[in-house]
Design a protein around this ligand. Structure first.
Ligand code: KIV
Length: 286
């Protein structure tokens, strides 16, 4: 009996090979059922540590624990079959040393079944990216606005609006590519700089708030669905799911209070002695 699956999942090299070709499409996913809906339409799914803010009510991504990433990562792998699944390494699990990064990234790969990890940082993470990729762990890098550094940056600030900032960010892109990253997320970056980085960088750039000049795009699913209370300027809300949920929940509450739900079609009737389903009759006795 063949154990081969009919659908081949995208790999990190597949994404790397898309440089300069058709735009790469990606979204975040945190659950099995949303992963299943997104899977046919995206090239990769990111289990981003933004889940801490979007789903778990944290003010930033800093408190997100590794176990939470693993739990959501495994769900997204279970729910998808063709998109590459990339899981974020959360703050504090990789910065200290390449060895610590390897131990945690290997855990993520073994326990979720994902195809790659993502970590934040450019030049300063070059050695770690090389260490991981040489040991079998595909790495997506993340430069520009790096949310895990929010406390150092003093807020979520767009990068590269002053020319004086460009050289350091261009160096970041060069270093992560030379170290072996298969793609790099450019977050919150001025358009001209994103265009320059995309032109000079040999690996695909994936933009979020970094203009259409990038090789691909990613958004946080809840933001583009209209489920987040506040969204940054770079998000287009492709739907208003928050409003749709509120309308549905209000209708449910009204119907329960008016005893209109559950109705007969939602109710299990009794069978009579001959096994025939009977219509509801008035309750008799106690
Ligand atoms: O955590 C996340 O959702 C991300 C994206 C913003 C790229 O890293």
């Amino acid at each position: 009996m063949s154990m081969q699956k009919s659908v081949r999942r995208n790999t990190a090299p597949d994404i790397a090979g898309r440089k300069g070709a058709e735009p790469i499409v990606s979204l975040t996913a945190y659950h099995a059922h949303t992963a299943q809906i997104l899977d046919p339409y995206v090239d990769f799914l990111l289990v981003g540590d933004s889940l801490g803010m979007v789903m778990h009510g944290y003010e930033s991504t800093v408190p997100v624990p590794l176990d939470l990433m693993i739990m959501h990562g495994a769900a997204v792998v279970r729910g998808s079959s063709r998109a590459l699944v990339v899981v974020d390494l959360p703050f504090g699990t990789y910065e200290e040393s390449p060895q610590l990064a390897f131990r945690n990234a290997a855990r993520v790969m073994k326990e979720t079944g994902c195809g790659a990890v993502k970590l934040e940082g450019g030049t300063r993470m070059g050695e770690t990216i090389r260490y991981l990729t040489e040991r079998g762990i595909p790495v997506m890098a993340h430069i520009g606005l790096t949310p895990q550094s929010v406390n150092v940056m003093g807020g979520f600030k767009t990068q590269g609006r002053e020319r004086a900032e460009w050289a350091a960010i261009e160096d970041d892109a060069r270093v992560v590519a030379e170290a072996g990253a298969f793609a790099v997320v450019l977050e919150g970056m001025a358009e001209l700089l994103a265009a320059r980085v995309t032109k000079s960088c040999p690996i695909p750039t994936i933009g979020i708030g970094a203009s259409a000049e990038c090789d691909g795009q990613i958004l946080v699913l809840e933001d583009m669905l209209g489920l987040s209370p506040r969204v940054p300027k770079f998000v287009r809300e492709f739907a208003q799911i928050g409003e749709a949920i509120e309308t549905a929940v209000k209708a449910y509450a009204d119907d329960v209070r008016a005893r209109k739900f559950p109705a007969e079609e939602h109710t299990y009737a009794m069978k009579d002695d001959a096994g025939k389903v009977t219509k509801k009759t008035k309750m008799t006795g106690s």
